[in-house]
Design a binder for this molecule. Structure first.
Ligand SMILES: C[S@@+](CC[C@H](N)C(=O)[O-])C[C@H]1O[C@@H](n2cnc3c(N)ncnc32)[C@H](O)[C@@H]1O
Ligand code: SF4
Length: 397
């Protein structure tokens, strides 16, 4: 399914001045149970043992086949996401990271994040992840309230969530807590209680997501009663105020960090950097001097294993059309509170900023952006109505 690298290197009308920073995403697709709101590529393990060895071999084969696309480029960050990566043994994670190190030039300060779920690890395993080279842990807590956790179908309880965050804070200098808000039946008081507990751990990074009902999930079939828009907006205001008072800046729609503790990996997505995505269903974006390529891997884990071992991990790839590039850039970069340097637009898309001048003017006239010669960013209003703002940059149909 994948074209040889010479095909991507052929001349074209686009001319990128340089290649963007490169990150690596590794997808581990299994979970203990499928949460009713989740549309990620995650599969319940059930009673079958995790095919850890075969999956690691598939990841290695996948990466080896992809190497010519990124030959010699240093890697700024690695994100091992899922699914529930912490279901893998620490020996498995160690072997994965040493494979990555042997095949790719990871930068000396490379951020290596692993996603972990409460209740899927013991303290020792956790430390072993750190010894294996993981230097940032992201814990999917969602809430510290037993009743809310039950309502959203989580398999862990609040005590396990607290234990997990406590262990993370003892073991890792850099860690993140994922929370969700506007949960079924959640009150403002419950939100404050969740924030109290999260902030008590003094996390360097917090991600707080509005619960969304995604198609093809159990919640889509049988939607629970949720806070209305007014209450959800008040909740977001409370989240922004409380995190700010605790020294965490809202640097992206859902991300809050102490200065210097922003997630390098996610920042690279939002700044329209490159990423190779390996593992079942993983997405990737890789730039070449004259084009930008998007790839996706086989989604179903057993199919992925078989295809990756046969050097056919990619199920689909396409070149991003010239006018879609500007939209894709804006879709990402406008999510950042600080916006983007005007020079970055040309660096990442190879297009002059003047190519979106009419849309920028429309956005400015509606008070949705602020800009000067150096920076473009969403205004406070634009940040509140982000999808309206992003739509203005859609390519003509
Ligand atoms: C890749 S997911 C999975 C992380 C981990 N497996 C877990 O569930 O704890 C990363 C985060 O996305 C958020 N998330 C997943 N589905 C969501 C939804 N439907 N609405 C809002 N946030 C969601 C959750 O906070 C979750 O921790
Ligand atoms: S544990 Fe995380 S990835 Fe797995 S089903 Fe639940 S939300 Fe999705």
């Amino acid at each position: 399914m994948t074209a040889p690298v010479e095909h991507h290197l052929r001349p074209g009308t686009l001319q990128l001045p340089s290649l963007p920073p490169l990150a690596l995403y590794v997808h581990l697709p299994w979970c203990l149970a499928k949460c009713p709101y989740c549309d990620f590529n995650s599969h319940e393990i059930g009673s079958t043992p995790l095919p850890e060895q075969r999956y690691l071999a598939a990841l290695q084969a996948d990466l080896e086949s992809a190497l010519p696309l990124v030959w010699g480029r240093p890697v700024v960050s690695v994100f091992i996401g899922g699914g529930t990566p912490s279901l893998f043994s620490s020996v498995g994670i160690e072997s994965l990271i040493s494979t990555l190190r042997s095949l790719l030039p990871l930068e000396p300060a490379c951020e290596i994040t692993l996603e972990a779920n409460p209740g899927t690890f013991e303290r020792e395993r956790f430390r072993a992840f750190a010894r294996a080279g993981v230097n940032r842990l992201s814990i999917g807590v969602q809430s510290f309230d037993d009743a809310l956790l039950k309502r959203i179908g989580r398999v862990h309880d609040a005590a396990q969530a607290r234990a997990a965050v406590h262990e993370a804070s003892e073991t890792f200098d850099r860690f993140n807590i994922d929370l969700m808000y506007a949960l079924p039946g959640q009150t403002m008081q419950q939100l404050h209680a969740d924030l109290d507990q999260a902030l008590a751990f003094r996390p360097p990074h917090l991600s707080v997501y509005h619960l969304t009902i995604e198609p093809n999930t159990r919640f889509a079939l049988d939607p629970p009663e949720r806070p209305d828009d007014d209450l959800a907006n008040d909740m977001l205001d409370a989240i922004t105020d409380r995190t700010q008072s605790a020294g965490l800046n809202r640097y992206e729609v859902s991300a809050f960090a102490r200065p210097g503790r922003e997630c390098v990996h996610n920042l690279n997505y939002w700044q329209f950097g490159d990423y190779l995505g390996i593992g079942a269903g993983a997405h990737g974006k890789v730039s070449f001097p004259h084009r930008v390529l998007r790839q996706v891997r086989w989604r179903e884990p057993m199919t992925y294993i078989a295809r990756a071992l046969a050097a056919e991990a990619v199920s689909n790839e396409h070149e991003v059309a010239r006018d879609a590039l500007a939209f894709e850039f804006m879709l990402n970069a406008l999510r950042l509170r600080g916006g983007f340097p005007t020079t970055l637009f040309f660096e990442r898309t190879g297009l002059p900023l003047s190519s979106i001048e009419p849309a920028l003017q429309r956005a400015e006239a509606r008070g949705l952006i602020e800009r000067d010669a150096f920076v473009v960013r969403a205004s406070a209003k634009g940040f509140d109505f982000l999808s309206d703002l992003q739509q203005l940059f859609l390519p003509p149909a």
